[in-house]
Design a protein around this ligand. Sequence first.
Ligand code: GCU
Length: 610
Amino acid sequence: MKKIALILFVLISNIVLFAQDNLLQNNYLREGVTLNGRWNYIVDVYESGYYNYRREPHDESENPGAGAYFMNAKPKDKTDRVEYDFDAAPTLLVPGDWNSQKENLYYYEGTLWYKKSFDVPNYDSSKRYYLHFGAVNYFADVYVNGKKLGAHRGGFTPFNFEMSKVLKAKDNFVVVRVDNKRFPDEVPTVSTDWWNYGGITRDVTIYELSQTFIEDYSIQLDKANSKQLKGFTQLNGESKANTQVVVKIPELNISKTYTTDSKGFVEFAIPVKKINKWSDNNPKLYTVSISTDTDKISDKIGFRRIETKGSDILLNGEKVFLKGISIHEENVMRGGRAHSIEDARVLLGWAKELGCNFVRLAHYPHNENMVRLADKMGLLVWEEIPVYWTIDWKNMETYKKAETQLKEAVTRDKNRASVIIWSMANETPQSEERLSFLTNLAKATRALDNTRLITAALEDHPSADDKNIMVIEDKFSDVVDIVSFNQYYGWYGGKIEDLKNIRWEIDIDKPVIISEFGAAALQGFHGDKSTMWTEDNQAYLYEETLPALARIPQFSGVTPWILTDFRSPRRMHDVYQNGYNRKGLISETGNKKKAFYTLQKFYKNLKTQN
Ligand code: GCU
């Protein structure tokens, strides 16, 4: 009986203790204490730091054994056995994936432990303290001073835990167990065309907050009435109810005071006469401040409307053509996951140099630097979650994982004017279960944010009666706002020279974006244009594909695959690939290929209203 009671106690405390804390909105512009830098690490292939020899998790035991790594134990004296020592262990840079930092971790998929010791400057026990992670790929278990704060799954979205109760002024330590193994029922599933970079891949920051603070907010042009701003504020803390919240936008002479309800929540609508609307040609950001008597945050927000009308995409009521490029989150020259503002400047700088006003951040939510910089640069953004290829559509748990990642992405970026599209999926095999899965995701997204457009990268195929006529036959095209599809005519089948005879017949009165096309080329390899892997062949495919796509009546945008070469375990040809997918327009040495200039010229000459 005692054993059952103990198991119940542990289970309930896990549920209570490990429920994630709501995401801190706008942590990016809050003053925080960074824990970035060198963390000690221990590779734990057999996960003995997490499970005892009976495969029971140490952290579900009242007395975790000497092998529980999260205790960061030290021998009490010379007779005391402790079989690990973080302080004697090597270090990894955080943020950063482990694969690109250590030769012997290049292919590693498994559990790896991180430890960081830290003091809290100006520690104030009357304050509340949160520990925020920009992302960890893929599973994370987080402990501070030997106490579990919680766990998170999903490799590309932020999460945070309150650690007030276990924190001290000095001599703290945080231990994170990271596991990047792939599983069929996770999101993404086991097969992807990108490198499974593991680790604490984005910033780690401590936030000191008042007892009652501003946890979440949004403010945006009202979709139904562009003469007013709509928004909400959510407070967190004991005195969140019936609390005054002041919203200020000085440049618009706005200063409004509201009072929260019993749950610390208040919704508001603010009439505005004249707003300088954000757009790709005019990335105007307003300073918005929200304050209470104990907290104040300020954010930089652009106000714009994005909608469709028939087969047009309208930005602030005017037709816009999306001159785009697809981007993986990789600093191809350094190798490894991109994460910093400098990485973002390189990637989005290249997109601008191409003449883009649009980027597809494939195939998962990128780090916040990318969307914040896109706001400033006037780049429209397609954001997506890694519902990619053969997801476990029948599994309700898998659906919840996808929906959680989507909610985390929408919560983080709902105030970013640059984000105009949420994409539900990429190249997913059609079935009733997949249709229901994606339709529910779209519903959940619209319930969270009805101000942006929904799409998914679908697939085309030759029509039954004419192989030169390509069609999209996918019931999810009824659900989306924009019909997007990937097509590789001339690379995965078909001849480039036949593209002039190819037509897409898409009998849907919605905008169409071609979300991928491309060919691989080894930078510096030249030959005649029919020779695969040459820059000339890649450029030839661009020269023939772009005008063919431009013949699609609903042609509203295109994001060729892809800005830079990127690492993939699927690309192992030792001469042409060397572990890289070579469809980039720029190589891993930062050299532009011939097709870069082909696309640049196409965008320069494109006759569009914007
Ligand atoms: C697919 C997929 C990409 C992949 C690309 C390719 O369309 O969406 O993730 O990298 O094709 O084969 O290069």
